[in-house]
Design a protein around this ligand. Structure first.
Ligand code: AMP
Length: 215
């Protein structure tokens, strides 16, 4: 079960990916999460990636491709994996094909989660994340019990710099120019299913699961 989740920032790739990872007992590989941890820990990767992330632009391909290549070799990917936030452009899509070919694997499902621009801005600007465990909240759709603390671990909640309004616009532009062309790229290969990412969380998960089962 090798899966790619495509979609604009705020489409729900992260939270749907998490739920699918639990359901199928396979890892969710989020390049955004990996990069945020690297920035927090000020690793070499983090130091290189930070300025791109702060501006809402893509981190150079050679850095992210290397992370994914290493991650996909690990044992826990044997039964499958969910790529969330990768690939982000055509060159990364070609890189993932090369990486998988080398280790004798291929992508089985590509799910494109569609959400309108207006809805995305609403979702991203209300998003809050736990600094400690990474749990996600939304001030309107999924509020924490206590404004500033994580329900799970009591860690501090914060707003990602790139979820602030100016950067959201930059990220959407990057999405439209660089990531959206992947929809046609994968459609031509006949391996993409688009689903509407609006509605109840569980209904959306069900739509994804149905798309997987139908193939
Ligand atoms: P995300 O959490 O997926 O929205 O990613 C947050 C930020 O991390 C993006 O705006 C990029 O700066 C960077 N990033 C995440 N994934 C990638 C990727 N596949 N390629 C390049 N940059 C990425």
């Amino acid at each position: 079960m090798n899966l790619i989740l495509l979609g604009p920032p705020g489409a729900g790739k992260g939270s749907q990916g998490k739920s699918l990872a639990e359901k199928y007992s396979i890892p969710q590989i989020s390049t955004g999460d990996i990069l945020r941890v690297a920035v927090r820990d000020k690793t070499t990767l983090g130091v290189k990636a930070k300025s791109y992330m702060d501006r809402g632009t893509l981190v150079p391909d050679e850095l992210v491709v290397e992370i994914v290549a290493e991650r996909l070799k690990r044992d826990d990917c044997k039964a499958g994996f969910i790529l969330d936030g990768f690939p982000r452009n055509i060159s990364q899509a070609k890189a993932v094909e090369r990486i998988l070919k080398k280790i004798g694997k291929k992508i089985d499902h590509i799910i494109n989660i569609e959400v309108s621009r207006k809805e995305i801005v609403k979702r991203l600007s209300g998003r809050r994340v736990c600094r400690n465990c990474g749990e996600g909240y939304h001030i309107i759709f999924n509020p924490p019990l206590d404004d500033k603390k994580c329900d799970r671990c009591r860690g501090e909640l914060y707003q990602r710099d790139d979820d602030k309004e100016d950067t959201i616009e930059a990220r959407l532009k990057v999405y439209e120019e660089q990531t959206a062309p992947l929809i046609d790229f994968y459609k031509k290969k006949d391996s993409l299913v688009s689903i509407e990412g609006i509605g109840g969380f569980k209904d959306i998960t069900e739509k994804i699961v149905n798309a997987i089962v139908a193939r």
